[in-house]
Design a protein around this ligand. Structure first.
Ligand code: AKB
Length: 352
């Protein structure tokens, strides 16, 4: 099977070559579409459950409002485009998923399965493997107690894989589905074609953007705290001051997705990679926010259940493999995330 490096070589077909982005209206989707467009992509096809902002729509060749579980929608995509790459971002995040776990399963697992199938059918029909980039999450981990979390330090990809949330279970299972489609799909079929799907995944830590405030996640306390202070609003943090998980900035997250997608396949020694950049406690974030916004009113009012989710996630991750295999090198540590990225952009944003 050919690699999908040069989609224009697939000409002669009546379908347009396309890079497909699901969950395009989310925080990562916005940043990714802007970055792909800035890199010269005129072949972006975006799906979201809600209408995309006009600014994002303009950067896309085509946009669809719809559910990724809608088979008729996926069928229309199949018929209209030669998809050579998929960034599958759509998901119900960890907090929201706990209010409706079965729906989360349908969207997070059912949606991913449908897209993996679309990828393999696309690859069969145009004769080149389809690259499938999948953001997994630190939610794939589940550490039993705080003493074990403290002793574990930076966890490797193969440790503590007993997630306590539906979202974490979904992400971990979808990593396995991706590996199955990439390596073993239809292994007993006589007409089996190998290497249809080139599945690549990162386990994102909490993400912090200067442009958007996330919703539905459990790592949201950090971005919520920063944006609230910048707007002059009080913020009651839903985890303890000593709660600790890894984070990275949104530009570093987008850069990582693009770098992983661009890496030569032979350099990749695994299909799922940890990513980390800095791992502050909630209290350390609050101190930095208070320094930057002296009037900030931050209190700690832990929500027992959301605290339990954060406690089950690692304090930090070992991302040696990503750094070694495809040159992952986040630009921002905690100090530069605040000093060079978050504070200047957030101040400018709320001064408008
Ligand atoms: C969430 O909090 O659910 C997400 C994640 C850590 O994947 N931000």
């Amino acid at each position: 099977m050919k690699t999908p490096e040069n989609p224009s070589s697939q000409s002669g077909s009546r379908r347009n070559a396309a890079v497909l982005i699901t969950g395009a209206g989310g925080e990562v989707g916005h940043g990714l579409i802007r970055a792909l467009s800035a890199a010269g992509h005129r072949d972006i096809v975006a799906i979201d459950i809600r209408e995309l902002d006009a600014e994002i729509r303009e950067l896309c060749m085509e946009t669809f409002v719809g559910d990724i579980c809608d088979e008729a929608l996926l069928g229309r995509l199949m018929a209209t485009f030669e998809v050579y790459e998929i960034f599958h971002l759509a998901a119900l995040l960890s907090t929201r998923a706990e209010f409706s776990p079965e729906t989360a399963h349908d969207v997070n697992v059912g949606g991913t399965l449908g897209l993996l199938r679309l990828a393999s059918e696309q690859a069969r029909s145009h004769g080149a493997s389809v690259r499938f980039v999948f953001p997994s999450s630190i939610a794939a981990y589940g550490i039993s107690d705080l003493a074990t979390k403290a002793a574990a330090g930076k966890v490797r990809e193969d440790q503590f894989l007993e997630p306590i949330t539906m979202y974490g279970c979904n992400k971990l299972y979808c990593e396995h589905l991706g590996r199955y489609y990439a390596r073993h799909y239809r292994m007993l079929a006589k007409d089996r074609v190998p290497d249809l799907v080139d599945f690549r995944s990162v386990r994102f830590p909490g993400l912090i953007s200067s442009d958007t405030v996330p919703s539905g996640g459990t790592s949201d306390f950090a971005p919520e705290m920063i944006h609230a202070a910048a707007k002059g609003e009080p913020y009651a943090c839903f985890v303890r001051a000593d709660a600790q998980i890894p984070f990275m900035t949104m530009p570093d997250a987008i850069e990582a997705l693009l770098a992983l997608a661009a890496a030569p396949r032979e350099q990749l020694t695994q299909q799922v990679y940890n990513l980390g950049a800095f791992a502050p406690t909630a209290g350390e974030i609050a101190d930095l926010v208070a320094d930057a916004f002296p009037g900030a009113r931050i209190t700690f009012a832990p929500d027992t259940q959301r605290q339990a989710i954060v406690d089950s996630w690692p304090a930090d991750v070992d991302d040696t493999a990503a750094r070694r295999d495809w040159g992952f090198a986040p630009r921002h540590d905690l100090a530069s995330a605040f000093g060079e990225y978050l504070l200047p952009n957030i101040r400018a944003r709320y001064a408008r």
